[in-house]
Write a protein that binds this ligand. Sequence first.
Ligand code: GLA
Length: 404
Amino acid sequence: MAGQSAKHSGDHGDSTGKAESQLLQDLVDGFEQRFGTRPRIFFAPGRVNLLGAHLDYNGGKVLPVALGRGTYVALARSDRPTSRFASLDLPGEFEMEPREDTAADLLGWASYPVGVWRALGDRCPGPFDFLVAGNLPRGGGLSSSASLSVATAFGLLSLGGHGVDLEEAAQLAWSAETGFVGVQCGIMDQYASAISEEGRVLLLDCHSRTYDLLPFAEDLELVVLDTRKPRNLVTSAFNERVSECKRAFEILQACDPDLAVLAHAGLDQVEEAVGELGPVLGKRARHVVEESARMAKVHEVLEADDHAALGDLVRASHVSCRDLYEVSCDELDFLVDGVCEYDGVHGARLTGAGFGGCVVALVEPGSFSQDEETALLQAYRERFGFEAAVLRLELGNEVREIEV
Ligand code: GLA
């Protein structure tokens, strides 16, 4: 085994600078050279989440949009007894027996596709060869891991000749990440990657698992600002927030046995229990409850196509992530505050888990000019001593098989 990145990261290297046609060509050529057969190619997108920060594992609603970039998985059946996994952008290869249980040996990106393979159980198509490439920025909180798991689930179900139910592909990807990889994430990223549609934003209720795909303002640009801050401790800090919310929920449920999930609690319930919750759990619970209240307004705001109101919700979400949920950092705050100063920027917030990674900003097309971008990036470099990046990404790619 070689080429592993940090534990619990789906980072399999990246082909960020390449055009899609070049990436696909390299993937097919790389597969043929390595494994000697011609593959089928499956794609799943990354996402940004506009609102509903850390609500998915608290049973709340979230508002992700799929990006035009994501993960490409090349797959072909093999007549060898083992399956082989490799990345186009990193050295090394993992070779595995069908039922070998080696989760502990599989740190790094390969634990994601292997986890999905395990979760498929009897529907696994038998031994196969697997090569991955992606064009999302590394470790930026744009769901490269979920898009890897979803592309694998979609690909292996297709290779096995099974009809693919996209919600099922999302569930499989989520079981792999929580059960095999060990990240206690919610279902947002996998659902966003699997069921999003072009030109739509996904309004997903993570408790009932029902959703709407709403038209998304064509006249609004989403700009991603990448702090490029290494996110080494994300998994442990993330899992800590999950367990804090679990404790807060248990305390509130003891007072109200009908309470189904933390996101359904009222602010009055949190305030009444402030003594039992204590300062830290009190802040976490307030974030969840207030963010849910913001989510309750979002349908109306989207229907009215009210960019300023959406921007205000997004900005308030960031403040809450910073002050109550404490998942922001100086670099994220600097980019959020900086970009919001420009005319035509309605709001911005950290997207994904936080602790570094990316900011998403809601921008009127034509605003936040190249000169403004250069000035913000220069101010960032002067303040932190390293470079951030601005990505004007296409939106709205869908999970699919790509004919090559
Ligand atoms: C990460 C997790 C998601 C979600 C977000 C925060 O992306 O994987 O499940 O909890 O953080 O909203």
